[in-house]
Design a protein around this ligand. Structure first.
Ligand code: HEC
Ligand code: HEC
Length: 260
C-alpha cells in the first residue's frame, strides 16, 4: 500500500512537471520572434509593393523551428533548422561573425533582405534588419534551442565553375522518377506549385526543350547552386546528388511527354 502511495506521488509530480514545462509561455520578445518567423509580412513591416516588396516567403518556408533529426515532419526545407543558431557564433561560412552575428539574427538578416525582399545577394546588408526584430528572432531561437546545438553542417560555398561541374555530374546520373515526384512534393511545391504551374517560382514544364540533356545539366546546377533570385541552393546534406538525379528523372519524364 505504501509502495502504491509513493508511486502515485511520483506519477503526480511528473505529470505536474510536464504540465508546467508545456504551459510555460515564451517571453514577449521570443513570442514576437516566433510570429516574425512565420509571417511573410514580418508583422506588417514589409511593404506589399515597390522595390523592396515582400516576396510572400516567410522564414518558416525554408527553415524548421524544431529538431528535424528527432521529429521529422516529412518536408524538405532548403535551409537547416534554426535550432542551435545561438550556439553557432558565425554564419554564412564565417562571413558574419563577432558582434554582427547577433545583430544579423544569426545570419537570418541575410535571408531577410534576400529571400523576403528580393535584394540581390551582392547588395544585401545582413545587419539591415531592424535591431528589435533581430533581437526578437534570436530570443526565439534561444528559447526553442536550450542546450540543443542543432544540426551540424558545413556549407560549401560553390563558385560558378563548381556549380556547373556539380550540375553536369548529377545530370549524368540515372534517377528514379517515382522517387523524384515525392521529393519534388516535399521540397519544391512550396514555390513551384506543380511542375506545370507557376507559384513564387516559374513554371518548369511547358515547352519541350531542343536539348533535354543540356537543360537537365542547367537545372541540376540551379538546384545544387541556387538561382539568380529567389531559388535557394540545396546543400548536399539536404538533397543528395541521387535525390537531385531522381527529381530530374521526374522532370525529364514530364518534358518528354510534351508535344514539341
Ligand atoms: C527561400 C528560402 C529561405 C528563406 C525564406 C529564409 N532562409 Fe535562411 N537560409 C536559407 C538557406 C538556403 C541558407 C543556407 C543554408 C543554411 O545555413 O541553412 C540559410 C541560412 C540561414 C541561417 C544560417 C546561416 C549560416 O550560415 O549558419 C539562418 C540563421 C537563417 N537562414 C535564418 C533565416 C531567417 C530568420 C529567415 C526569415 C527572415 C530566413 N532564414 C529565411 C534559406 C532561406
Ligand atoms: C523559395 C522558393 C523556391 C523553392 C523552394 C524552389 N524554387 Fe526553384 N525557382 C524559384 C525561383 C523564384 C526561380 C526563378 C528565379 C531564380 O532563378 O532564382 C526558380 C527556378 C528554378 C529552376 C530553373 C528554371 C529555368 O528554366 O531556368 C529550376 C529547374 C527549379 N527552380 C527547380 C526547383 C526544384 C527542383 C526545387 C526543389 C528541390 C525548387 N526549384 C525549389 C523558387 C524556388
Amino acid at each position: 500500500m505504501r509502495k502504491f502511495a509513493s508511486l502515485s506521488i511520483c506519477v503526480l509530480l511528473i505529470a505536474a512537471l510536464v504540465y508546467f514545462t508545456q504551459a510555460q509561455q515564451l517571453g514577449d520578445k521570443a513570442q514576437l520572434g516566433r510570429e516574425l518567423f512565420h509571417d511573410p509580412t514580418f508583422k506588417g513591416t514589409l511593404s506589399p509593393t515597390g522595390k523592396k516588396a515582400a516576396t510572400g516567403l516567410a522564414c518558416a518556408d525554408c527553415h524548421a523551428d524544431f529538431d528535424e533529426a528527432t521529429k521529422p515532419d516529412g518536408r524538405i526545407r532548403a535551409g537547416h533548422s534554426v535550432i542551435g543558431v545561438p550556439h553557432r557564433g558565425t554564419a554564412k561560412g564565417g562571413m558574419i561573425s563577432g558582434a554582427d552575428f547577433a545583430r544579423a539574427a544569426g545570419g537570418g538578416g541575410f535571408c531577410y533582405e534576400h529571400f523576403l525582399q528580393r535584394v540581390r545577394p551582392d547588395q544585401v546588408n545582413p545587419t539591415a534588419i531592424p535591431a528589435e526584430h533581430a533581437e526578437a528572432l534570436m530570443a526565439y531561437f534561444e528559447a526553442i534551442s536550450g542546450d540543443n546545438k542543432g544540426p551540424q553542417f558545413e556549407i560549401e560555398m560553390l563558385d560558378d565553375d563548381a556549380k556547373i561541374a556539380a550540375g553536369e555530374k548529377i545530370a549524368a546520373m540515372p534517377g528514379d522518377a517515382k522517387k523524384g515526384w515525392q521529393l519534388f512534393g516535399r521540397a519544391c511545391i512550396v514555390c513551384h506549385t506543380t511542375p506545370s504551374k507557376a507559384g513564387i517560382g516559374p513554371r518548369l514544364i511547358y515547352r519541350k526543350p531542343r536539348d533535354i540533356d543540356k537543360q537537365m545539366a542547367r537545372w541540376a546546377k540551379t538546384i545544387r547552386g541556387g538561382g539568380s533570385s529567389l531559388m535557394p541552393f540545396y546543400a548536399s546534406d539536404i538533397l543528395s546528388d541521387q535525390d537531385i538525379a531522381d527529381i530530374l528523372a521526374f522532370l525529364r519524364e514530364q518534358l518528354e511527354s510534351l508535344a514539341r
